[in-house]
Design a protein around this ligand. Structure first.
Ligand code: AMP
Length: 178
């Protein structure tokens, strides 16, 4: 059974076929952002799930992971850590390169963003194959943190991304699964 929030999200998230390339059905959350009441419900659901778990910081993945990730960190009363594409962060950084379907990518974090052993929650808008969130988990570990969970608005379950993430943390939460 779907709850009210899941139903409203399904009705609101816009499917855009063949973006950014042919064959991808893009889940566009901008209509959710346009609806302040619905966005507040999303944030409430995230905060409710994570509030009792002793999270020490929220790491948001560029760029849609910043939208709710930063607000979630404020709600939890913990630091927000931006995870960015190479070359975007101004101060000293630690980087991590990882393979994509075609080619590779590199993400970065500021050297002083994570305290030793800090329990970091990784947040993004959507979990697909898990490649991006898994690389972020490796970067958090490189920076000295502990991955204590993964948070998504949307999970494309058929791509089995959660399987990729289990070795970092078993606590994988998404508000809506397709
Ligand atoms: P992955 O690394 O395969 O789990 O892909 C996750 C990243 O790509 C996230 O940052 C998502 O925002 C983005 N992404 C992948 N597939 C989609 C999709 N179908 N709709 C929207 N965003 C997607």
């Amino acid at each position: 059974m779907m709850n009210d929030l899941e139903q409203r999200l399904i009705q609101t998230i816009r499917d855009v076929p063949d973006f950014p390339k042919p064959g991808i059905l893009f889940k566009d959350i901008t209509p959710v952002l346009s609806d302040a009441a619905l966005s507040a419900q999303v944030l409430d659901a995230l905060a409710e799930y994570w509030s009792k778990k002793g999270i020490g910081a929220v790491a948001g993945i560029e760029s849609r992971g910043f939208l709710f990730g930063s607000q979630l960190a404020i709600r939890l009363g913990v630091p927000f850590i931006p995870i960015r594409k190479k070359g975007k962060l101004p101060y000293k950084t630690i980087g991590h390169a990882y393979d994509l379907e075609y080619g590779s990518a590199e993400i970065e974090i500021h050297v002083d963003a994570v305290l030793p052993g800090q329990k970091v929650l990784i947040h993004d808008d959507l979990l697909a194959t898990g490649g991006t969130a898994g690389a972020t988990a490796q970067l958090i570990q490189k920076a000295g943190g502990t991955v204590s969970g993964f948070s998504f608005l949307i999970e494309l379950s058929f791509l089995k991304g959660a399987e990729e993430l289990k070795s970092y943390s078993m606590d994988i939460h998404s508000i809506l699964k397709y």
